[in-house]
Ligand binder design. Sequence first.
Ligand SMILES: O=C(O)CCC(=O)C(=O)O
Ligand SMILES: [Fe+2]
Length: 294
Amino acid sequence: MKKIISPSTFSSFEIRLDEFIDLEEFPIHDLTNPRRELLVNDCRKDLEKWGCAHIPNFITNSAIIKMKEEAFRLINSSRRAHKFVNPYLTEDDSSLPEDHPKRFFEERTSSFINSDLLDRDSVLRKIYDSDVMVHFVSECLNVGPIYRWAEPLGRNPYSVMHNGDYFPWHFDGNDFTVSILVNESNDGGVFEYAPDIRTPKNENFEDVKKVLQGGRDKVRILSLKTGDLQIFKGRYSLHRVTVARGDEPRIIAVPTYVTNPYLVNRPHHAEAFYGRSMPIHHERNLERLDNLTD
Ligand SMILES: O=C(O)CCC(=O)C(=O)O
Ligand SMILES: [Fe+2]
């Protein structure tokens, strides 16, 4: 049998979890361990209540250091789109009233280190490729099966914000996002979100509009620390990152999971976020089962 020398999407048994998780503290590999059950139950409760689960110190310091080294090595290749985007990343539609959420455009200056640039033995890639992680995230979400995303640019990128950068209000093209802060900005760069503001059956443009116009009663703030893990329903929760300030860039890893393993971002979404579209984005530009705008 051919020896597998690096992690791949389809065979991840060779990934050593203890390279990035303290398995005593977080025994996510051991299905019978009561600590695991407790962790899953806490995440489910938080997702239900707040639209987001938060596990402090989930990723080890040594893994964060490796991810930080990788991100800084690649930071000059990050794609800065400088593009005006609406929450749905669609083109302007002048047939709609001017105050419709689809006509609310903000300038996005943040950038991504796209997934296809990651090192072959990248820790972030291993976290993403690990079957144990996929099962754990799926159980926390209480949704399954979930899959790694076929999207070549956006499946597990680093989001990068330099001094003055802003990541505008938006919904994600994928269902679920896990985020791991790798480097904190000196100031700002705060993650804000309106949990479950839309559902597969209801766009809820009224409440979306209120948030875009500055309404704060549906908005929550997530205070992130390096090494924490967040699990988040980005397709249903409107979210943004406020302007980052200071010399330290805000860098966050965003491994993303989907319920449909075939779909990728639409071409315009890939262009707006990741700086380009590829043949796969055009070949798989199919209708979504949920009919939500994206
Ligand atoms: O930078 C973040 O915390 C969020 C990134 C994000 O929303 C995205 O990648 O879609
Ligand atoms: Fe997002």
